[in-house]
Design a protein around this ligand. Structure first.
Ligand SMILES: *Cc1c(COP(=O)(O)O)cnc(C)c1O
Length: 451
């Protein structure tokens, strides 16, 4: 089979998979998982024809996928893939561009520049900010925190790049008590030390309590969040950020999914967020691009460009080339699916996507309350947090949904007790999928959690 035939086969298999999206079990069956043992073969001495590998992947692999690209996956905040974004990725595979610099790939550099401009426009953030398209919110937060620490140290007269951290003035970090684990990971990896992190207390919805905010100064990085993973709540940016910046602190906002509220009629939830120094957001969550796709956005473009600079004698480029704004050197042009998603949705399509998911989440919240569940959050965004009367019932309902194959969402701990969290973030989720979820949970409540 020649290359073109092979690609046609791959595409045909991809089309079949997509066509079956609606009928697929949302979590694979035990049999499909057991069949994965077929992959446990020794490395072949002689490679078989490529079509053989493709067939094995599809026949054994496809049935063992989670249908996170389908309409009834409500776990984490995993968005599906928009057709426009998925389609351009297919063409990008044929291009196989290394999108480090303009000289490596003029088309990639151009499109990522346009995507960056559109992201700042639709998120209503300062237009001359730098946008680095990285692999994940984790990596993008890490890049932002490097820029933050380096800048605060420079203001103290310390050259972090040359002299490192030994003997440097101490930089404090203040983070929400409910900061995402990946923010803590980034801080830990950067050597801040988990025991040295100062936690800002939160209120019952998981928002940083402005009245109990720890002391801030010009040696402090403050990390706030837009969209707490359980409740979807937003920190009170307008009440905190101006004071923080007055003290000389650097303010970073983790807006992995919640930042997209800014592109909709829910923008008021993020009021004041535009005053921060840096922001992280994902495209592979709520914008529904394929993985891996996220952004570091930095108000002072130069600080990010200096922190991430990787110019070499054999590879120099514009200070603002993507390789100088992200952790990666060789990289795929992951801003292109962002460009495609934004262009195909348009301003009103993005707003509609966000607003529809929030309305669907409210409908789920109302339905679950009617069914007798205890809804724990104000459903302000696309997240619904709920539980049953007893912990045993909560765990049983969650396990029953996951085993049903009809829908999937995950469990969590909220205020030290088990709870369930539903997230609506797939463009494919229709109102009938939401109704089916409520019906499933209503039936389970009568069966498992009645009293
Ligand atoms: C998912 C998430 C992250 C981590 O994002 P990745 O892209 O998975 O690294 C960080 N913060 C919040 C609030 C998230 O929801």
């Amino acid at each position: 089979m020649d290359e073109l035939e092979l690609l046609a086969h791959a595409d045909a298999r991809g089309r079949c998979y997509t066509e079956a999206n609606e009928r697929r079990r949302v979590f694979p069956s035990d049999e499909a998982i057991a069949a994965l043992a077929a992959f446990d073969e020794p490395l072949p001495d002689h490679g078989p024809p490529a079509e053989d590998t493709l067939a094995l992947l599809d026949e054994v692999g496809s049935p063992a996928t989670t249908a996170s690209n389908g309409p009834r996956y409500f776990g984490f905040v995993i968005g599906a893939a928009l057709p426009a974004a998925a389609a351009v990725e297919r063409l990008m595979l044929a291009w196989d561009q290394c999108a480090s610099t303009f000289d490596n790939s003029p088309v990639s550099a151009t499109l990522e520049r346009v995507a960056a401009r559109w992201v700042l426009d639709v998120l209503d953030l300062p237009g001359d900010s730098a946008v680095g398209f990285g692999t994940s919110a984790t990596a993008c937060t890490l890049a932002a925190l490097v820029a933050a620490r380096r800048t605060l140290l420079a203001r103290q007269g310390w050259d972090f790049d040359r002299d490192g951290l030994l003997g440097a003035p101490e930089i404090r970090v203040v983070v929400s008590e409910l900061a995402h684990i990946t923010v803590k990971k980034a801080l830990r990896v950067l050597g801040f030390g988990l025991n040295r992190i100062i936690h800002a207390p939160v209120d019952v919805q998981g928002r940083v309590d402005a009245a109990r905010l720890p002391r801030l100064d010009d040696r402090t990085i403050l990390c706030l969040q837009a969209g707490e993973v359980n409740t979807g709540a937003f920190d009170p940016f307008a009440g905190i950020i101006p004071l923080a910046r007055e003290s000389g602190a650097w303010v970073h906002v983790d807006g992995a999914f919640g930042l997209w509220a800014r592109a909709s009629s829910l923008a008021h939830l993020t009021q004041g967020i535009e005053l921060a120094d840096s922001w992280t957001t994902d495209a592979h969550k709520w914008l529904n691009t394929p993985y891996d796709c996220a952004m570091t956005i930095c108000r002072d473009a130069q600080t990010l460009a200096e922190a991430m600079n990787s110019d070499a004698v054999y590879s120099s480029a514009s200070a603002y080339a993507q390789k100088n704004l992200t952790l990666e050197f060789s990289r795929r042009p992951r801003g292109i699916p962002v460009w495609a998603a934004l262009r195909s949705l348009g301003r009103d399509g993005i707003a509609e996507l966000v607003e529809r998911h929030c309305a669907q989440a409210r409908r789920i919240g109302d339905g679950l309350a009617r069914a007798g569940f205890n809804v724990l959050n104000q459903v302000v965004l696309n997240q619904v947090l709920f539980r049953c009367k007893t912990d045993a019932q909560t765990l049983a309902v969650c396990a029953a949904v996951q085993a049903s194959g009809e829908a999937w969402f995950g469990g969590t701990l909220w205020q030290e007790r088990p709870a369930m969290r539903i997230s609506v973030s797939s463009w494919r989720t229709r109102d009938e999928d939401v109704q089916a979820l409520v019906d499933l949970l209503t039936a389970l409540h009568s069966g498992i959690a009645k009293d």
